[in-house]
Design a protein. Structure first.
Length: 212
């Protein structure tokens, strides 16, 4: 598991696109406060975007990433998503940003997240979208995108299959987000595409789910 996460960190996109993902996910963060768990936190970059009214805890299996997170003052724990070292119903919200596709036993990871989430809590989760616009165009040209061929992606999801997957794990999807481009960037074309493109064609699937 540690090797998989190390490979993921080494191939991580630049900070701009990570920022886009976090901002997009946080648009579904309705409470704006409480005890937050970040599963697969990497260097705890998500913490930089959370309101000061939240209390942040991150978990990851990468020692280099955790060391960087600690150097930034984040509270982090070395643990994998299948064995979260917390009591039942501990967290008000759980973030899981493009992690479960890297976990062979993805369902077990979601069930473990469900265990530590409060009854009234929210899971905010993202995964790559198999049927995003770029992949559709490449398939029509008889090609496959690099994202489909990534060795550490054990699962591929469409928006519908991911919603069904969450349902089988005892969650109910209550909100669907869209990928946004950082408003302070100069990526004008990217901002325009993110507004005009249907959600089911965006690069990632963004969901807020609650216990069913």
């Amino acid at each position: 598991m540690a090797e998989l996460h190390k490979a993921y960190i080494e191939k991580e996109e630049d900070a701009f696109y990570r920022t886009c993902r976090f901002i997009s996910a946080l648009k579904l963060f309705k409470t704006g406060s409480g005890l937050i768990l970040d599963v697969g936190c990497n260097d705890a970059m998500l913490r930089d975007f959370l309101p000061s009214s939240t209390e942040y805890v991150g978990v990851d299996v990468s020692f280099p990433a955790l060391r960087e997170a600690k150097n930034k003052g984040a509270k982090v724990v070395c643990a994998d998503a299948l064995h979260l070292p917390f009591k039942q119903t501990t967290f008000d919200s759980v973030f899981c940003i493009e992690v479960v596709e890297h976990i062979p036993k993805a369902r077990d990871a979601i069930l473990e997240i469900k265990r530590v989430l409060k009854k009234t809590g929210s899971l905010i989760i993202t995964v790559p979208n198999l049927v995003n616009l770029l992949n559709r165009m490449l398939i029509l040209m008889g090609r496959a995108s690099e994202s489909i061929l990534i060795e550490t992606h054990f699962h591929q999801y469409t928006p519908r299959s991911f919603d069904d997957f969450l349902q089988t794990c005892g969650f109910r999807v209550v909100d669907k987000g869209r990928l946004v481009v950082h408003p302070l960037s100069n990526k004008t074309f990217g901002r325009m595409v993110s507004i005009l493109l249907p959600k089911n064609m965006h690069a990632i699937i963004i969901r807020r789910a609650v216990k069913a």
